[in-house]
Write a protein that binds this ligand. Structure first.
Ligand SMILES: NC(=O)C1=CN([C@@H]2O[C@H](COP(=O)(O)OP(=O)(O)OC[C@H]3O[C@@H](n4cnc5c(N)ncnc54)[C@H](OP(=O)(O)O)[C@@H]3O)[C@@H](O)[C@H]2O)C=CC1
Ligand SMILES: CC(=O)N[C@@H](CCC(=O)OP(=O)(O)O)C(=O)O
Length: 319
């Protein structure tokens, strides 16, 4: 029998994108409840009892409630994949970033509860963790992450505001330095010092860039940009969805090139003479930043082959 999946919150931005990707597969069945009962705990609990895996695409509090509903089923509880921020630093949930380490795919496959990574932390963690592990960046180094997202990152409410033309063309936010992604970014990048994180959102639907400036003369051994790029290349050799791309001199970077794919491009833009570098990660906030990664995790958790890119997406070398 093909494994079955219930998406709790399937009408939301992330839920819809996961559903679109799962509809391409013949080796899983997606089950739904009547739209008018989507917030009814009894209907959700009954559906949870019948499926192999539940994907939570809900606001954080609703995700916690839904996880508790599933736990109340005891031995009949399905596997859970949570797309919200609620469980990303919880010790009893596995972190669903398959490229976190060579062991992570097997850990995700074996876990009953997996939290899907946040959109912004995905790029920053993939850039920083290998460099911290290689000793090129000390764990307590002061790190700043600047990022820009398409407006779909703010879910249905932000999409409606941009489409009604009532939102600004571009704005910085998170300026209290308390953004919900910082704890996750710090933990999974392996940093002991809390990074500064400055997100921003612009008038385009989807696409994301994280960028991390570095003064190379403050790093141990004063590495040149090529040493950073080599470490990333070594770490992601053979990774299906991560591509380390040489930065071209004078190149510009726009955020939408990988939209609807599950790919991510990492670059080291360096100036050896100035002893400076900027690390960048470019991806789709709804792809590798959310639903693409979720479907990748579903494949691992259910042991089935999946397609993580939407049809019609520009085929990227990263895929
Ligand atoms: N957008 C993005 O780029 C990303 C979002 N996420 C995460 O995914 C989660 C969902 O976000 P997103 O899809 O953007 O949000 P949306 O606002 O687009 O969708 C949320 C969905 O959840 C439903 N919902 C809300 N409360 C309940 C409840 N108590 N019971 C059942 N359903 C409920 C909403 O229904 P209704 O509208 O009727 O209230 C809506 O359909 C969030 O935790 C977010 O952090 C993760 C990665 C990226
Ligand atoms: C533009 C925008 O508002 N983005 C959201 C992040 C997206 C999100 O909530 O998703 P995850 O935590 O699940 O990745 C924010 O900054 O809160």
């Amino acid at each position: 029998m093909t494994p079955s999946i219930f998406i709790d919150g399937e009408a939301g931005t992330t839920g819809l994108q996961i559903r679109q990707r799962l509809e391409l597969l013949s080796n899983v069945t997606v089950r739904s409840i009547a739209p008018e009962r989507r917030k009814d705990p009894e209907a959700r609990r009954a559906m949870m009892e019948e499926v192999d895996l539940v994907v939570l695409c809900l606001p954080d509090d609703a995700a916690r409630e839904s996880a508790a509903l599933a736990a109340s089923l005891g031995a009949r509880a399905p596997k859970l994949l949570d797309a919200s921020t609620a469980h990303r630093v919880a010790a009893d949930w596995e972190y669903g970033l398959a490229e976190l380490s060579p062991e992570q795919p097997a850990r995700i496959a074996a876990a009953a509860r997996v939290s899907n990574p946040g959109c912004y932390p995905t790029g920053a963690i993939l850039l920083l963790r290998p460099l911290v592990e290689a000793g090129l960046i000390p764990a307590d180094h002061p790190i700043s992450v600047n990022a820009v997202s398409g407006y779909s990152g703010g879910g249905n409410a932000m999409i409606a505001a941009y489409e009604a033309r009532t939102a600004p063309d571009f704005e910085l936010y998170g300026l209290t330095l308390e953004h919900k992604h910082v704890a996750e970014l710090q933990l999974h990048a392996g940093l002991t010092r809390r990074p500064i994180f400055v997100p921003s959102v612009g008038d385009f639907r989807q696409g994301m860039i994280d960028s991390i400036p570095l003064h190379l003369d403050l790093l141990p051994g004063r590495p040149d940009p090529a040493a950073l790029e080599d470490a990333l290349r070594l770490r992601y050799a053979g990774a299906e969805h991560v591509r380390v791309v040489p930065a071209e001199a004078g190149a510009k970077l726009e955020p939408q090139a990988l939209n609807n794919t599950n790919g991510i491009e990492l670059r080291v833009h360096g100036n050896a003479r100035r002893g400076q570098a900027v690390l960048t990660a470019r991806y789709d906030n709804l792809g590798k930043g959310a639903s693409g990664a979720a479907v990748q995790n579903i494949g691992l958790m259910l042991g089935v082959a999946v397609q993580t890119t939407l049809p019609g997406a520009t085929q990227q070398a990263a895929e």
